[in-house]
Design a binder for this molecule. Structure first.
Ligand SMILES: Cc1cc2nc3c(=O)[nH]c(=O)nc-3n(C[C@H](O)[C@H](O)[C@H](O)COP(=O)(O)OP(=O)(O)OC[C@H]3O[C@@H](n4cnc5c(N)ncnc54)[C@H](O)[C@@H]3O)c2cc1C
Ligand code: SF4
Length: 313
């Protein structure tokens, strides 16, 4: 592993001060369940780590009649055990419980999950493996190993909390050394396979809280993967709807999560399936084949549609 200097901080202010000093040559460390693997595989090159795991102000959960505010350093285990979240936001519980294993969820955080680096079966490999096949665009090479050209990286965003929170209409608060912004969570994702996140990468920002508005209605979640015990997603679909509207979050299919928003009146399944086909840019960089994942997206949408229609009878 490359040599790294470690900095422990106890407040957001202190973290941002350190970030300013280090001028981009650092990563924030939350639970480390993603970052440490990337470092071992020599996929992270920054020389400093700023450990934010002891920042208490990022560990709060507040729920009231207007919604839920989650600190970014809440672990996935704390999230799935929270009584109010269990009662009012079952979609978040299902999504979080589908992530990794119970042991990993004790360390993995909400913020770390939302800011997971994109994955690709040609990139998330050991250094020796990558050297053997030749580097790719995202790893100092000239071409993308998936499509064979040098234009774009098609690595996939695989956070399972992201599509659920996007379907729930969540907002993210980001603080950087000079500013504090609140944006719809979807805007955090750049759609670029190499620089996956906006606000965070360029401005040394810290994701501080996620705000989810109170919502009546129902939810639905499906996740496709090779081994249900531990694998990252090959396709995740999270749906939230009420009498009038539906919000569909899709992830694992493209460089960024996808949102489809529609009024239910007059909507057809074919229309939804067409939109999903158009917005998701599957390429062959996952354990499961491209066409199978494409087909399963259509199957999931049909499954939800049928279930909803049956419930309405
Ligand atoms: C075996 C295994 C299986 C997994 N399966 C799944 C799965 O099925 N679905 C899924 O979604 N995930 C899966 N994961 C990934 C897991 O969810 C993430 O590793 C975890 O949620 C990341 O949280 P963390 O706190 O460990 O983040 P870290 O590893 O500490 O950080 C991840 C990234 O986010 C940045 N970061 C973290 N917090 C902040 C913040 N507040 N502000 C700014 N930047 C920040 C870090 O710099 C880093 O780039 C799996 C991981 C493993 C090891
Ligand atoms: S999609 Fe292409 S450029 Fe991006 S990580 Fe995979 S092989 Fe590399």
């Amino acid at each position: 592993m490359p040599e790294t200097t470690y900095h422990m901080v106890s407040t957001v202010e202190e973290a941002l001060g350190k970030a300013r000093e280090l001028n981009g040559d650092f990563c924030y460390l939350a639970g480390g369940t993603d970052l440490q693997i990337l470092r071992q595989q020599r996929l992270v090159r920054q020389s400093h780590v700023i450990d934010i795991s002891r920042v208490e102000e990022l560990r709060t959960v507040h729920a009231d009649e207007t919604g839920l505010t989650l600190g970014a350093m809440i672990t996935l285990d704390e999230l799935v055990k929270h009584p109010v979240i269990k009662r009012k936001y079952p979609l978040l519980i299902t999504a979080a419980r589908s992530i990794a294993t119970p042991v990993i969820r004790k360390t993995a955080t909400v913020g770390g999950n939302l800011l997971l680096k994109n994955r690709c079966s040609f990139y998330n490999q050991s250094y020796d493996w990558r050297q053997a096949i030749g580097s790719c665009l995202r790893d100092h090479g000239d071409i993308c190993q998936v499509v064979g050209t040098g234009k774009n990286c098609y690595s996939r965003n695989v956070s399972d909390l992201a599509p659920a929170l996007i379907a729930l209409g969540a907002q993210a608060e980001i603080r950087d050394p000079t500013d504090r912004v609140t944006v719809p969570l979807l805007e955090l994702y750049s759609g670029d396979g190499i620089e996956n996140h906006q606000y965070i990468n360029n401005n040394n920002g810290i994701l501080t809280t996620i705000r989810i508005p109170a919502r009546n209605g129902q939810s639905w979640f499906r996740k496709l993967r090779l081994r249900r015990s531990v694998d990252f997603t090959s396709l995740t679909v999270a749906i939230v709807w009420d009498q009038r509207r539906v919000r569909i979050g899709i992830n694992g299919a493209s460089m960024a999560p996808v949102l489809i928003r529609e009024n239910l009146s007059g909507l057809s399944l074919e229309n939804l399936q067409r939109q999903a086909r158009k917005k998701c840019r599957f390429v062959d960089n996952d354990l499961l084949p491209l066409q199978y994942r494409r087909d399963m997206l259509q199957v999931y949408l049909q499954e939800w549609w049928d279930q909803r229609n049956q419930a309405a009878l």
